[in-house]
Write a new protein. Structure first.
Length: 213
């Protein structure tokens, strides 16, 4: 029905939902700060060594979690599709580098190498070899946050743990929570009650995006 005087309709036609950036991007602050803190921990003493504390940047095999932190910090600050595209490319490069390092470790330390090979494969499968979706980025963040939390959690209970390990653990938890919130924002429309069937279809699409289907 149309109101002739005002030109408005009694029932507005459906339109694409565009939520305010402040609501859609609530994960940004947590994801960004956690990523920056994780990257900064690369320059902090992590564990006690034989002669001096071990700082992660001195041991290249330990660098991937910290570099991932930097990538996610930059992604959280990106407001353009180009920035997201470059971020996905960086995540793919990181996954390939983890796989390449794992091949070397398989020869030197087989058990650790096989574990890192599995991790690198999972990360590459999540981010995919083509396409750019926020679901894949959020899925990678969840994987990186979970793996880093387990890794730093293990070191934090040892008597050799130093400040860098504890801060790395805290930032890994923050990255995990921020990425989960990111994924939740992609599934749900903030402030709108979504029918279960619609929510289920959206979860299914995002699941396919993460797995590259």
């Amino acid at each position: 029905m149309v109101d002739v005087e005002t030109g408005s309709v009694a029932v507005d036609p459906p339109s694409p939902y565009v939520a305010p950036a402040s609501r859609v991007r609530r994960h940004r602050s947590l994801t960004g700060l956690s990523g920056i803190l994780l990257f900064a921990c690369m320059f902090l003493p992590a564990i006690r060594g034989c002669n001096h504390p071990v700082v992660p940047y001195e041991v290249p095999p330990l660098l991937p979690p910290y570099v991932y932190g930097l990538v996610f910090a930059l992604l959280a600050m990106s407001w353009s599709s180009r920035g997201l595209t470059l971020g996905v490319v960086a995540l793919r490069v990181m996954a390939v580098l983890v796989l390449a390092a794992s091949v070397v470790l398989v020869v030197v330390v087989p058990a650790v190498g096989v574990l890192e090979l599995m991790i690198g494969t999972v990360l590459l499968v999540i981010v995919g070899l083509s396409g750019t979706t926020e679901a894949r980025i959020a899925g990678t963040g969840i994987a990186v946050g979970s793996i880093s939390m387990i890794w730093f959690g293990f070191w934090s209970v040892t008597p050799d743990a130093l400040l860098g390990v504890y801060l790395s653990l805290a930032s890994s938890v923050g990255l995990l929570v921020g990425s989960l919130e990111w994924l939740r924002e992609l599934i749900c429309r903030p402030g709108i009650d979504m029918p279960r069937a619609v929510a289920a279809r959206r979860v299914g699409r995002i699941h396919d995006d993460i797995l590259g289907g």
